[in-house]
Design a protein around this ligand. Sequence first.
Ligand SMILES: [Zn+2]
Length: 229
Amino acid sequence: MKEFIYSIIELLYPRYCLACSKIMVRNEEVLCLNCLLNLSKTLNIYDRDNELVDKVSIYFPIKNAYSFLNYQNGSLSRGLIHQFKYKENINIGKYLTSLFIKQIEKTIWIEEIDIIIPVPLHWARLFKRGYNQSEIIARQIGKYFNIPVRTNILKRKKYNPTQLYKNKERRWENVKNIFLIKKIEEIKGKHILLIDDIITTGATMNACIKTMSQIENIKISVLCLAQRN
Ligand SMILES: [Zn+2]
């Protein structure tokens, strides 16, 4: 009987995969199984010396750096991240983060983290977009692992146009010295986990780390949902 009712509900209220728009069957959520299997995962969480560590250690040696998805042009992950970042599709971000958490919980380094800090948007950008996608990821991870998330420590002082269409040199120039730290005392000697949605050239994350590295005895780790090589 229960089965029958489920089938009727599925017929009346079909749910569609957010990537391929096919009707999903029971137990499928947000993405159909096929799309889920086709997500290009970096799997760098199983390699402490992965290349993302080098990419974000330009100014300061990072303890750990991991990403969940590969963000290549035309890829399924790129489409999903774009929906999350620019189309207000928060559910996609939360869903991808929940998949990422399943990887993170198999590691031990997360237990060393004292504070999570999402890469901030400038207040004007935040006002325009209505949410900071990095904060959404950070809050979900913080809640799951019971680690405090702070958004009043790292600030973005410059409102710069979107990085999306800039070439490499201009990206690095663009983000130089755009961050500042408040409440320095509160993060002295702490292990900070910086979280961003996407790392492409690494310019923004490195600028962020450069600013944070001025703090006495600080340790820094990095997570991002997607990474472009
Ligand atoms: Zn699908």
